[in-house]
Design a protein around this ligand. Sequence first.
Ligand code: GDP
Length: 491
Amino acid sequence: TELKLIPKLPVTTRPAQLAESSSSIDKACMSRSQQQMYRDSAHQFPRSVLLDHALEKYTEMHSQCALLLDDGNDTSVQVKKGCQYVVYLEGYEGLGNRLLSLVSAFAYAMVTHRALVIDARRGHLAQLLCEPFHNSSWLLPPQFVDAVWGASTLEDAMRWNFQNVTSVRINLRHKQTEADQTFFCPATQKGVRNITWIWWESNQYYVPRLFMIPDFWSLLSSWFPDPSLVFTQLTRFLCLPQNHIWAQIKRIRAAYLASSMIQVGLQVRRHANADNATLVPLVHELIMNCSLKHHVLPKLVLPVMPQRKEQQLALGNQPVAEMSVGSSSSSSWTTTQSVAVLVTSLHIQYYEKLRNLYVEHGTEDGTVVSVHMVSHEGVENESYEQAVKALTEIWLLSFSNKLETTSWSTFGYVAQGLGGLQPIILNFFTIDAQHETRPACFLGQSSDPCLHYPFVKPSKCAGVKMSRQHSKWITTHIRPCQDEVNGLQLC
Ligand code: GDP
């Protein structure tokens, strides 16, 4: 399958003036209303009426359950009757992982009518993202955060049969206790139903598992008639860059990308253990092979990068030189175009090689290709400054007309999900792993992120009763991920 060339379309379905003349709430967070001006009509994905209604109701509930510090008491808060909470505990990992986990906590909070608050002591989300709920803050009062140490583990809560437990801390990271692995079982959900505080610690995208719980499925499937858009619609509501970051995103786009007819995003993620300089040429070759094969980049006039035959065969791909000349395959690149390629990576080499290639060689059809990079941080340090760059680049990638991402990268998942884009997935395991059998690149089956560690064992959720309709829905809409055979993805 190939990506269709998307002609440049009017960038908004709403008149620009309307989006610009936003309310004061929107002025505090310009990305909320302006984001749609940067997406073509095929990628707007308006929310269903039921989802809009649910978000409105949720925002109302959030403001009714706003936390107030107890007078004269620094460590406790007043909890209004009927209010319950999910506290998102920000982890130390990369921004992609944190955003996947945040969106999952929000989906859980929505479906269980709990107010989402974030404990932002450790990370930077509070400085990166707008407050999402009108009239009430999502920040947990800092004085209260130590209360987490009083929370029970899920294991203890289960042992006590959930009696007298008001606060439970669940660990939904990639390694979990046996007890935490039952969190998405209906029986556990019944147990935690009356617990006021759920402390959510995770680095994964757990939304697919929510759809497997019968009670939650009824609600979620009514809000999301197209389940492949869950992350897209929730993240466009919840993960909006604050004004100072949004201004930078717009500046970069206007200066380097917007004047080209087609924008291509290319995310090259090399994890530390695969970050070996000698592999750079192979990675570059794989990127070129895939980009040409899937018509993401236009063909070059001259044969390039003469390669040793064994290397090409090892990659299981046609050599670039053969692909770029005299190919009779139907290419979308037939008229003079201009293409801006945004390369995001911790490493500058991939940008440099691509830029040099298109500077040194013309394209078959005369397409003008400009190649850009915003940052090349070298190593992950998870500083605030790096997180700002990461968020900026994720948003810029999400505005692409065509996107190539790296398999198993949560950074790429957020970009594809935010954009509602089915990416071409680059599979560098063909270079890094000895026994990799999957192809070097393939078209993503969905724009929704992959849940890498679903921990689904039928024995763990004893006695689940699922209707035939629900089972059928699951078979149709939840599939193994293409880049993780044990993973789950909404399609
Ligand atoms: P994953 O490790 O690929 O799943 O993605 P994460 O976002 O969870 O973690 C990677 C971290 O490395 C990010 O938070 C960034 O700080 C940094 N990083 C990785 N790739 C890029 C990139 O292309 N651009 C920028 N600016 N930072 C990156």
